[in-house]
Design a protein around this ligand. Sequence first.
Ligand SMILES: [Zn+2]
Ligand SMILES: [Zn+2]
Length: 277
Amino acid sequence: MAIKVKFYGTRGSTPKAGDDFATFGGDTSTVVLFGAGVPVILDLGTGLSNFAQELDPLSSFGAYVLLSHFHFDHIQGLGFFVPLDQPGAWLEVHGPNLEFDPLRALFTPPYFPVSPYDDFAGELRFVGHEPGSFWLEGSFARITCGVIAHSNLAFGFRIEMGSHSIAYLPDHQQPYGAQGVDKVALALADDVDLLIHDAQYSQDEFESKSTWGHSTFEFAIDFARSANVKRLAMFHHDPSHNDEYLREVQERYGFVNGSGSLKEVFVAKQGKVVEFD
Ligand SMILES: [Zn+2]
Ligand SMILES: [Zn+2]
């Protein structure tokens, strides 16, 4: 199965705009996997509107969403997702089980003027999961979700489509103090073709933000090597890291044709496409 992975939003925490963010992008976490069936959307950040712009307004829309967690930078795009406001459209969101639906609770007045559940013409469904595996039949994808270290409850995902595998860990707390590397996270990323991983901080930044739920560039690479990953996308860029900064990160840490299992490391750019045959 040929798979295309497209980055529609690569920023973490809060969106950024302006010339200084034009290359790597200012929109928050949204990645879409295109395989043999319906698309699989990874998180509903502000990058979701870039995906919406590429859709044919006349054809009916349906997709699955794997939602890592409920922080604003991962859900903010939902209320503005116009393709869902047409008859026959559907969006099925799979995320951590909280025993209530936080999307329904948030996307309603006074927080938001309309409810995408009740006011959009299409159908929005939320499915809460405990850690484990399930199938997205319409995408021929086997999903494994696990709770990974972050500042609040968050899932990492492993997605297997045909002979290819992708892991998505956008917000992942690097160990600090006496903590060890998260075994659940390592298992999700084990041997994948592409790992999309939190790389928000430099070592210096991590010193003062070591409990904020994120990872350094160095940890992302060490983690990828430990999990025998083939390609690493450094993701969830800090809002203070402009294009000039991220270009330097790319020059310092990025490579292709690496020795060992890790063949490529790149700083994820809004609009970038990775393809697997
Ligand atoms: Zn985030
Ligand atoms: Zn988060």
